[in-house]
Design a binder for this molecule. Sequence first.
Ligand SMILES: NC(=O)c1ccc[n+]([C@@H]2O[C@H](COP(=O)([O-])OP(=O)(O)OC[C@H]3O[C@@H](n4cnc5c(N)ncnc54)[C@H](OP(=O)(O)O)[C@@H]3O)[C@@H](O)[C@H]2O)c1
Length: 256
Amino acid sequence: MAAVENGSEKRELAGKRALVTGGSRGIGAGIVRHLLDAGAEVLTTARSAPGDLPGKVHFVEADLRTPEGIDTIAASAREVLGGVDILVSSAGGARARDGATDTTEEVWQDTLNLNFFAAVRLDRHFIPEMRERGSGAIVHVASAATTLPDRYFLHYTAAKAALDNYSVGLSRDLAPAGIRVNRVSPGRTATPGGEAAREEWAQMFGYVSNAVGAPPLGRDGTPDDIAEAVLFLVSDRANWISGANIFVDGGEFPRV
Ligand SMILES: NC(=O)c1ccc[n+]([C@@H]2O[C@H](COP(=O)([O-])OP(=O)(O)OC[C@H]3O[C@@H](n4cnc5c(N)ncnc54)[C@H](OP(=O)(O)O)[C@@H]3O)[C@@H](O)[C@H]2O)c1
């Protein structure tokens, strides 16, 4: 959203520095596009750079599952952006497993590292400078699947549930410092990772994936649907919102 200031248009994130994880495809790429369009300077990350990154985005290659990968990203954000006003942890996902006994120690560790500890570790890097400035906006991309965990993704929904709990506590910790912490919980969203996970799930479950009906609003989500909610939460339009979780799921997971 653009405001008119002194006769010229000012984009709402102009002057803001944003770090977005997982921006090489899917939801993260949608978030990157939305933040760039809103005027932010954006650094994004993945394990490898895709060929079709928007020209204006900065990119750093690192594995989010390790503390060393997180350190690489944090150092790059300081060097390239000079600091971070907006921190969006979007990278995540998991491979389906056939219930608890098929979920090895290594799979548990990997899934927790990517879907939970990566956000914790990145937040720990940038909270001190946000505290000093007395402002900051953090968004964790969680999952609507936490409301109905199933046996094929126990490791994933448990990791995202840990992220939920941590996010609420963190929002209460940081609110007095002027830092807002919110979540966006996608439902079924058409992305490479989402489609692959649902295909695996369908095969294990003995379904073909297109036999699973559409969400009540009649279609799967798009990365832009999710990115709209993230953009709102990091903008000043949401400056009295912290600890919230916006479900962007086509109405599939009703909550009272
Ligand atoms: N799509 C859905 O239906 C859905 C539903 C609920 C929640 N979500 C959540 O939404 C977020 C985005 O999902 P998506 O569907 O857009 O996933 P996606 O299409 O698989 O994209 C994931 C992104 O994260 C990066 N990434 C994955 N593993 C990484 C690692 N170890 N280190 C660094 N980067 C890594 C990927 O790049 P590289 O592979 O090159 O590293 C890619 O940029 C995730 O947190 C997911 O859990 C998605």
